[in-house]
Design a protein around this ligand. Structure first.
Ligand code: NAD
Length: 346
């Protein structure tokens, strides 16, 4: 065995009601003037009192550069010396975009299961084109996980965001960067999320289930931040960034199909996923779990036009990247047609 493992250096504060510790975390960084970047429903959630000198809640999915420039204007006018993002991956993304442009410290308070808060990666869109860069300075300095803030995450979004997190763990298991740390984190992430999501569907306010899901999302996020992702993430990147489809929903539809595509070429990873799901066959078990949870199974239902399938396949295969099974545009088109109609992988 040989591997390279690089860990992110973020400080993580986890619990229920931890937003009350935000001011202490700001002081710990030696800062006192906070700009809050919030998902609209979280605009008043940061308990910062007079420390909060500005707020921006115009966050948008896939971090459009124009929105970042608007937020930069608010930031500069307020002379803030610290950024607190509170919300889903879109809020975290804007916090990262501001932090990397200004050098200010960023405390992320995630309220979905996207995992961006523990990665050094920033995806931004400009003129319909999504570009991604990785830089240690992009990773938030501190992450405050407050389970209570996730209790109101709507069931449908809980399911899709949870599967988005599972996708990070699945692709980490067959990544060329896989190592004993990410393997165990990934297996634990899948087990916790797959166990928690049915309980959340039954009772969205079940804090024990929410705790399991958020823990799983954190672990899956570490996988995303440390191991290179494969075909699944490239496809979702193309479908979301260039075709405007919603991030977590796209991950949910594509994951079983990407797993089926890679299954024969990654038997060890699939065995670990199947074990974590308590099933024999990982791709079909993933599809069945999503269907049971009421999640989306078809790209057509998410608004993809059949005529766009060849262009998506081209976008997802325009650059080479590691994937267990070699990726060609015709094979990816076949995968996309199955995901388009929503058929159960064989
Ligand atoms: P999102 O942040 O856009 O949130 C989706 C919706 O949920 C929004 O309407 C938001 O207002 C709402 N919401 C969020 N938390 C809520 C809560 N607790 N209660 C009620 N409503 C809530 O979606 P997302 O899936 O979290 O993030 C997607 C974005 O994050 C994409 O742009 C994606 O590219 C990016 N992302 C980046 C990375 C990375 O490492 N760079 C990783 C994952 C996702």
């Amino acid at each position: 065995m040989s591997f390279v493992y690089t860990a992110g250096a973020a400080r993580v504060v986890f619990g229920s009601g931890t937003r009350q510790q935000l001011a202490d975390e700001v002081r710990r960084l030696g800062r006192s003037r906070v700009m809050v970047v919030a998902t609209p429903s979280m605009r008043d959630a940061a308990a910062l009192g007079a420390m909060q000198v500005a707020r921006f809640d115009g966050v948008a999915m896939h971090t459009p550069v124009a929105v970042t420039h608007d937020a930069l204007g608010v930031l500069r006018a307020s002379a803030a010396d610290c950024i607190v993002s509170i919300g889903g991956g879109s809020a975290t993304g804007l916090g990262k975009a501001l932090a990397v442009r200004t050098g200010l410290p960023h405390i992320a308070v995630p309220t979905t299961y996207a995992g961006s808060e523990v990665t050094p990666v920033l995806g931004e869109t400009d003129g319909g084109e999504k570009t991604t860069r990785s830089d240690p300075r992009i990773q938030p300095a501190t992450v405050v996980y407050d389970v209570e803030l996730t209790a109101g995450l709507p069931v449908a979004l809980s399911v899709t965001s949870g599967v988005n997190a599972i996708a990070h763990a699945v692709e980490a298991l067959y990544s060329p960067d896989a190592n004993p740390v990410t393997d165990d984190l990934a297996a634990q992430a899948i087990r916790r999320l797959a166990g928690a999501l049915p309980r959340i569907v039954a009772d969205p306010a079940d804090l024990a289930a929410r705790t399991d899901a958020l823990t799983g999302a954190w672990l899956a996020g570490i996988c995303l931040g440390t191991a290179g992702m494969g075909l699944h993430h490239k496809l979702c990147h193309a479908l979301g960034g260039s075709f405007g489809l919603p991030h977590a929903e796209v991950h949910t539809v594509v994951l079983p199909h990407a797993m089926a595509f890679n299954a024969a070429a990654s038997p060890g990873a699939m065995r670990r996923v199947a074990d974590a799901l308590g099933a024999r066959d990982a791709p079909t078990a993933m599809f069945d779990l999503i269907a049971r949870l009421g999640g989306p199974v078809s790209l057509r239902d998410l608004g993809l036009a059949a005529a766009d399938i060849p262009a998506v396949a081209r976008a997802a295969t325009s650059r080479q990247y590691p994937n267990p099974r070699p990726v060609t545009a015709p094979d990816v088109e076949t995968l996309l047609r199955a995901a388009f109609t929503g058929e159960r992988p064989a």
